[in-house]
Design a protein around this ligand. Structure first.
Ligand code: NAP
Length: 276
């Protein structure tokens, strides 16, 4: 299969490269390949004649999006439009990677794939705009919403917690933000399976189960061999962006239609540390 990966140097991009080894890959990322440039995007994607484009590139700094809304919309909305238009022109299927943040987080139960989004931040609104372009321009699309991604490469919460634990004597993390930590290699495996089936639509792929930021940090420190490090629960962390209080995603479509499920988040985190 000929497959394009945008955002190929990012956490998910690198995990996808590992999973798709053996396929014919075209890897696109900054600085050479900027998805916000319409014509160059067409010129690089069309001659490759991809079967599938996995679009993982995004401006992922959630607070940064709040401070730079024009950049957020340019990359996450219009950049996605450019990628979708290339897919349209070469009849490729597109996987648009999206986020749990499209929901407002007020639902006490997991969000189904067809629950109504209600984004509360610039990042979330710009990602939802990317979803809309994908749906409006293409028939062959998969929208894959995920959450709280981490991997050995790139910046993420796991690395931040470990760095802060080195720098400070104690740490405080919130209990009023609940979600599903998702190991990028597990998501890459699910996406790799998905693209072999023409069951287009919206999917929710996260590692199973939920925890608060506090519980996640506690698990990270335990698995890093620092179970006695002083860590305390808190609430109401002030940040630029408003994020969902609880954003559990129900993986109904992937599990029901294709038997694609992701293991519990704690098991995946154990693997992350075993790989060290
Ligand atoms: N990280 C999470 O917790 C999370 C949660 C839910 C959903 N998602 C979604 O999952 C996808 C993958 O996330 P990730 O964690 O792998 O992100 P990541 O590590 O930040 O990787 C994104 C990649 O896209 C690149 N990029 C940014 N702007 C670009 C542009 N204009 N043109 C081309 N490439 C550009 C980035 O380059 P630079 O690093 O040079 O900017 C980076 O290499 C994204 O769509 C994200 O919105 C992520």
């Amino acid at each position: 299969m000929r497959i394009v990966i945008t955002g190929s140097a990012g956490q998910l991009g690198q995990a996808l490269q590992a999973r798709l080894k053996g396929e014919d890959l075209l890897l696109l990322d900054l600085p050479e390949h900027d998805i916000t440039n319409y014509e160059p995007m067409q010129q690089v994607i069309l001659p490759f004649r991809p079967h599938v484009v996995v679009h993982a590139a995004a401006f992922t700094n959630v607070d940064g999006c709040e401070l730079q809304p024009q950049v957020a919309y340019r990359v996450n909305a219009l950049g996605t439009q450019n990628v979708a238009l290339a897919c349209q022109r070469c009849d490729a299927a597109m996987v648009c990677i999206s986020t749990d943040y499209v929901f407002d987080g007020t639902k006490s139960e997991p969000y189904w794939e067809w629950d109504r989004p209600n984004p509360q931040s610039v990042y979330a609104r710009s990602k939802l705009a990317g979803e809309y372009y994908t749906q409006a321009l293409l028939q062959k699309f998969y929208i894959v919403r995920t959450a709280w991604l981490y991997s050995r490469s790139g910046k993420n919460y796991v690395k931040t917690v470990l760095r802060l634990a080195d720098e400070r004597n104690e740490l405080h993390f919130v209990t009023d933000e609940v979600g599903s930590p998702t190991y990028a290699p597990d998501l890459a495996t699910a996406v790799t399976e998905l693209i072999h089936h023409p069951l287009y639509g919206i999917y929710h792929f996260t590692n199973a189960g939920v925890c608060s930021r506090y519980e996640w940090a506690k698990a990270i420190l335990e698995l890093a061999g620092r179970p006695d490090y002083p860590i305390f629960p808190t609430q109401g962390y002030k940040r630029a962006a408003q994020v969902p209080a609880r954003s559990e995603l129900h993986n109904f479509c992937g599990a029901t239609q294709l038997g694609i499920t992701l293991r519990p988040w704690r098991q995946a985190l154990e693997d992350y540390f075993d790989e060290t």
